[in-house]
Design a protein around this ligand. Sequence first.
Ligand code: NAP
Ligand code: MG
Length: 505
Amino acid sequence: MTQVMDYQLFINGQWTPGDSGETMDVINASNQEVVARVPRGNQKDIDRAVASAKETFESGVWADKTYEERADILRTAAANVLKNKNKLAYLESLTSGSTIRRTMAIDVPAVADALKNVANWLYELPMLEHGMCLPWYIPQHSYYIREPIGVCAGIVPWNFPMILAAWKFAPALAMGNSIVMKPASITPVTLLELAKILYDSGVPAGAFNVVTGPGSSAGNYLVQHPDVGKIGFTGSTEVGRHIAHLAADGIKRVTLELGGKSPVIVLDDADLDMASSLCLHAFLYHSGQVCESGTRMLVPRAMQDQIVDLMIEKIKGMKIGNQLDPASDLGPIASAEQLETIMRYVDIGKKEGAQIAYGGNRMQGEQYDKGFFFEPTIFVNCNNQMTQVREEIFGPVQCVIPYDDLDEAIAIANDSPYGLGGSVCSTNATRAQWVAKKLRTGTVWINTHHMLRPDAPFGGYKESGYGRENGYYALMAYSEVKHVCQSLTNDASRYRYFRVIGLAR
Ligand code: NAP
Ligand code: MG
């Protein structure tokens, strides 16, 4: 039995008990053991966190620091994240079902990279975003500057709890905002750990707060709070749409990163070994629980069988097991609820006539029975109208759609309410670039998938959301631009604008 870890809220630089005294259990998805407990935050907790964020913002202790001062603190935070790598990776894996190999190699470094990237930008931005306007026809001095928005809210899901949080708090803090974050109820632990690391690195009390609690109550209240000026959200399209409505009522700035059903287009010149690995990576990374997973695989009809056979052979060589075992290639599904969603879609797929070439079942056996393990699953001979092909499943399920010519493949790829990612597999760079141009998605990969960088914009076309995370675009999304204009005329009788209403002649 693992020792159960008890956490508190992180508000105003301090561990703080929740108002209600109620808690929520956090479990290990491999065996359903309770591993941690966090407060079930309520509206009073959100009020306290927002008040602290507002007070800190208005005090100027963070917002009025120079860009370089903030950059130095965020760099220190990045270094401290890396110093705590083993602990953070362990906790992320324990609570989210992510394999330890991935959290060590990708997730923890990605949090540090997000902090380092915004810090680097802070040295460049004063030159790019603070400028003089040209001389005007009357003597005046005009310039424009970037300013923080104020109090931001960050709401994140359970698939990459630390990375998706960092993509919000790094740019928010870089630009001088304060932020209140609400993690997903099933994966709240690592964001609380990051709060302490940021505070210990020099981010002042109140600039970064974490309130754990249910999205439907605490989260819903946070996004409507009148003192919150900006919402950064990653999660389902359904909740994103709801948040967009609430944001509209309050005229709040909002960045939404929502669902996807990304296509992977294999061209007829593709290398089979590369294509089969790419198509597996596209839908098996984090067992498919990724918003930009490539789960509609378009292959030339004549190549379908060969590629799928190779994929099956490679799946058989993968080790599926406890996420904390460094030998595991794939871990469990994150929750019982998500496992049910996946099983429901697989049933729908069968009913709608797609054939299963591999998998399709919950995994059985001693090491799987207590956890939420699901077999990598490949549907073949799909068409783009089938429910399991159109809707986001968020699990290890690939849908293979055979095509006859490339224009048809591109049309099918774009025939989706989503537009988050897409990839092309080809040995011909010119053809691949042509397909990249045609895809209506926020990211296109060529001969890779899931490759997100801290310096490249990430976000969706269509119902996959709006706004962009990462790099320069994220910094713009967490700031306002202000024009300051000073007339250099002290003599009212000579002031041209006064003449317009007869104040000067
Ligand atoms: P979700 O409901 O959209 O949850 C995402 C976050 O929003 C969580 O922190 C959640 O809190 C919070 N939330 C829920 N309702 C809210 C509300 N009314 N106001 C403010 N915040 C609210 O996603 P989910 O239920 O975990 O997953 C459902 C499906 O969404 C998945 O099957 C998948 O298709 C998709 N999904 C997409 C992404 C992505 O990266 N784009 C990530 C996760 C899930 P609680 O945890 O307390 O509910
Ligand atoms: Mg939900």
